[in-house]
Design a protein around this ligand. Structure first.
Ligand SMILES: [Fe+2]
Length: 366
């Protein structure tokens, strides 16, 4: 093991030399003639223990002690003082000195105090290394947890994507409709000048709003004639099912209230909770308008697409009934009813699997 290092700081040549003579057989001893010299040698020598005279002409021992501790708190400092300054030495202990030695001292006393200082230094270094190792392990563990969370989020996203694809297989209209509504809410949110965060939430909600249709029997979903009251009751379950699926996924759970309310009506006659006016989440009010605009403008198994003038007059007739008047006015003022049909005819509504995954990945701060 390398020899431990002791730095002796004293302005008296005789004291320095006598200490050096007593310690040199066991330690690597360096001498400093004053405080400034000691601080200069500190980084060069990297001592384990400093024997520091309290009374020196250039800088007080207390000042040197504070400087040493600021540079390396684990260096053990032993103050060397005359009887007259024992009180000061006690004060120095409170400032982090290890112990003090009063002049005149005998060799055994010096040897004992330096040995204890070295032992304490070794112990402190060992504890510091252990702490560093623990911190390192903690950081590695945190990284692993982050990676695991990321992997879990990826699996969840892939599961939702798989559910969307299953829905499209069962009901081609629903899959295409979700993507078209996504396009429409995004364009409408821009027209409304909504903040990016709300646009993102709307897009994600649009993509999954009808996911609950996966739980609706195919014969009801694809019925070529208008639905009877019993079928209506079944289909009315889909916002609840969508919300339940979404609520079970932590990363998407904030969308559940929007998804659940996308068939609520401004006049309170919607479903499933008969919410009224501003009780309906604002995102759901917007989604409802876009959902209906696209549904009316699409070919369905029981009717062909409605012409644009019909959609406009239908929206107007539902102003303040099915929909928030503000959003009906905005939709009519925008050119989006024309644009969505053009975009759909041009095949712009089909998203790639990567684009869908990106929408599901988008971070949302609630
Ligand atoms: Fe729906």
């Amino acid at each position: 093991m390398a020899q431990k290092k002791v730095l002796v700081v004293d302005d008296e040549h005789g004291v320095r030399e006598s200490i050096r003579m007593l310690l040199k057989s066991a330690y690597d001893v360096t001498l400093a003639v004053n405080g400034a010299d000691a601080l200069a040698k500190l980084s060069e020598v990297k001592p384990d223990v400093v024997l520091l005279d309290l009374r020196m002409p250039d800088m007080s021992g207390i000042e040197v002690l504070q400087n040493i501790k600021a540079k390396d708190p684990l260096v053990e400092v032993i103050l060397v003082t005359a009887y007259a300054t024992v009180d000061t030495a006690r004060k120095a202990l409170r400032l982090g000195a290890f112990d003090y030695l009063t002049k005149p001292f005998n060799p055994l006393e010096l040897e004992g105090i330096v040995r204890r200082g070295i032992e304490r230094r070794v112990d402190a270094l060992r504890r510091s290394a252990t702490l560093e190792a623990i911190q390192h392990d903690y950081q590695s563990l945190r990284k692993e947890v982050e990676m695991a969370k990321h992997q879990m989020a990826t699996h969840v996203r892939d599961t939702i994507y798989a559910l969307l694809m299953s829905l499209e297989l069962r009901d081609a209209y629903s899959g295409q409709h979700s993507m078209a509504v996504l396009w429409l809410v995004d364009s409408f949110a821009q027209f409304l000048d909504l903040p990016l965060e709300e646009r993102t939430r709307l897009k994600r909600a649009a993509l999954v709003h009808d996911l609950g249709k996966i739980g609706i029997p195919e014969e009801v979903l694809n019925k070529p004639e208008p639905l009877n009251p019993a079928d209506q009751q079944v289909i009315c379950q889909h916002p609840i099912l969508s919300a339940e699926i979404i609520a079970s996924v932590e990363a998407l759970s904030d969308l559940a209230p929007i998804v659940r309310a996308h068939h609520e009506q401004w006049d309170g006659l919607g479903y499933p909770d008969r919410l009224q006016g501003e009780e309906i989440p604002r995102m759901a009010q917007i989604l409802a308008v876009c959902d209906t605009v696209h549904a009316m403008g699409s070919d369905r198994c029981y009717r062909p697409r409605m012409p644009e003038p019909f959609i406009r007059s239908e929206l107007l007739s539902q102003r303040g009934r099915q929909f928030n008047p503000e959003y009906v006015d905005a939709m009519l003022a925008s050119n989006l009813i024309t644009e969505i049909q053009r975009a759909e005819d041009a095949g712009k509504m089909v998203l790639t699997s990567q684009q869908i995954r990106q929408v599901l990945d988008a971070p949302v701060s609630v």
